[in-house]
Design a protein around this ligand. Structure first.
Ligand code: DON
Length: 305
């Protein structure tokens, strides 16, 4: 397996030149576009890796499944489902051209910015600082280490330049979907996106979703199976944004990408996978990351379809 992963990293390294690191959050532009790493954790807890898999990068949108999970745990599936829908939008992650001149839950899902921001309102806490702290704690529990923490430079960079996300929050407010103070809510979301993670930690998170809430390392049930199914289903249909259909076709398992260059892959009952390569395609998905997942899927016959 280690040999296979080494081979995949070598085969896919060249694809980094086909993408570009994210620049719309200025601090992400400092990433090295040539980095490539992969980490796999199996159901028996066996770990395999290759390349730059111990580098740390910000989770960005990969925090969205954790936001969804915490909203489910804190508020229940009915409230979550009432606020945010589950249909793929087929649009970019930060789109706001809602066709019928109104914004409703049916237009959004938990994996796009609008949906994830709305779901932060369903996380329990006296204020947004406390809500964020609980989200960070859950991330650390799933990762199996206290290491995840906020990259302050990325957080401040996004806070300073996040006009589009501000616009999305005001759309949610304008259509009566949320009531909370915009800046506090955005602060929680920006910090959440700026949590630093490694492929090793991300593969552990993916492996718990793959095992429906049970941490294969400890045998402990961390959350109900029905919530794992909820999250995994939205990853399968919406996790790669307007590239989710292509990804289902060529790779074939639930996954979530982030503009930091990471992708988490969930292979139900089998394994958790994390890849990292910061050069992105036009949809915001890691180019070499998608190639690595595609090669691994073919080599191990991982498509669930
Ligand atoms: O809100 C944003 O635009 C970023 N913090 C996260 C977007 C993202 O990661 C999209 N992923 N591929």
């Amino acid at each position: 397996m280690n040999q296979l992963l080494e081979q995949i990293v070598e085969d896919c390294r060249g694809y980094t030149s086909l993408g570009k690191v994210a620049t719309y959050i200025p601090q992400l532009a400092v990433a090295d576009p040539e980095k490539v790493g992969i980490y796999v954790v199996s159901h028996t807890g066996e770990e395999h890796y290759a390349g730059d898999c111990f580098d740390r990068f910000t989770m960005q949108s990969i925090i969205k499944p954790v936001i969804l999970l915490l909203a489910l745990l804190d508020s229940g599936a009915d409230k979550v489902r009432a606020l945010v829908g589950v249909e793929a939008t087929g649009k970019p992650f930060d789109a706001f051209n809602y066709s019928d001149q109104a914004l409703t839950g049916a237009h959004i899902n938990p994996m796009i910015n609008t949906g994830a921001i709305a779901l932060c309102t369903l996380i329990r806490g006296e204020n947004y600082e406390e809500r964020f702290t609980r989200l960070l704690e859950l991330t650390r529990t799933l990762a199996g280490t206290q290491a995840p923490e906020v990259d302050r430079a990325v957080y401040l960079s996004e806070k300073k330049t996040g006009s589009k996300n501000r616009a999305l929050v005001y759309m949610l407010k304008a259509y009566g979907m949320i009531d909370d103070p915009a800046e506090e809510l955005l602060d929680c979301y920006f910090k959440a996106c700026s949590i630093l993670i490694s492929c090793e930690e991300l593969a552990n998170i993916a492996n718990i979703f793959a095992h429906h809430g049970i941490d294969p390392r400890t045998g402990k049930a961390l959350f109900p199976k029905e919530y794992a199914r909820y999250v995994n289903a939205t990853l399968a249909t919406c996790g790669m944004y307007d590239g989710s259909g292509e990804f289902a076709l060529h790779v074939g398992f639930p996954a979530k990408s982030g503009v930091g260059g990471g992708i988490m892959g969930v292979i139900p009952n089998k394994m958790g996978i994390a890849v990292f390569a910061p050069a992105l395609d036009k949809r915001g998905n890691s180019v070499a990351g998608v190639r690595m997942l595609s090669q691994l899927s073919q080599a191990l016959d991982l498509s669930i379809y």
